[in-house]
Design a protein around this ligand. Sequence first.
Ligand code: SF4
Length: 214
Amino acid sequence: METPGNPTTIVYRLREALARVSTVIRADDWERAKRAGINPTQLAIIELLDGRKGGLGVKDIAAHLGVSQPTATDSIGALERKGFVEKRAIAGDRRAVVVALTASGKAVLDVDAMTSGAADQAVRALAAEEQDGLLLTLIRLIRALQEADAIPIQRMCASCRYFAPFAHPRAARPHHCRFVDAAFGQRELRIDCRDHETADPASRAATWEAFQAG
Ligand code: SF4
């Protein structure tokens, strides 16, 4: 019998815990998608395209969602038929297209933002310092997954060319965003910022080192 004195590894148990949370988030996503008359993959595509004015190619969409290109293509087709996304030609390349959100697609998210699922409520119930710690831990996990090429680069501050970590070392809001030229705190670190621009690999590494050191 498994006892506290003979546990599975911490990595295994953390994976179990993340899987449980992920199950609830997936169930929440089904509810949110149902309200919009779409499925969770289609909702994920709409969320991914939100704020990406230049759109994304099918290959990038598939990589971000962790699905095959045929699956992404099917979902994009369904969204296009509903008028939530449109395909646009890329200037100078007759064969290449990007997929972009339409005003109707954007409206899906505006309606959706008015609700919150069980996972949101559970996170909201955590103490502020627990939320801060969880955010930092998740940023580290996401970055490690990026470095391992398990997921594409996300639009996080940690990979952004505008991010100056601990530019104001002793202030309550220690970081600086050069895009809006303003200081911000740990709690405001972004996971998916619309204004993000990916820094080059050397700058990303230096920024991460400064962030960790702070
Ligand atoms: S532009 Fe966005 S991602 Fe970049 S540093 Fe500013 S807040 Fe962070």
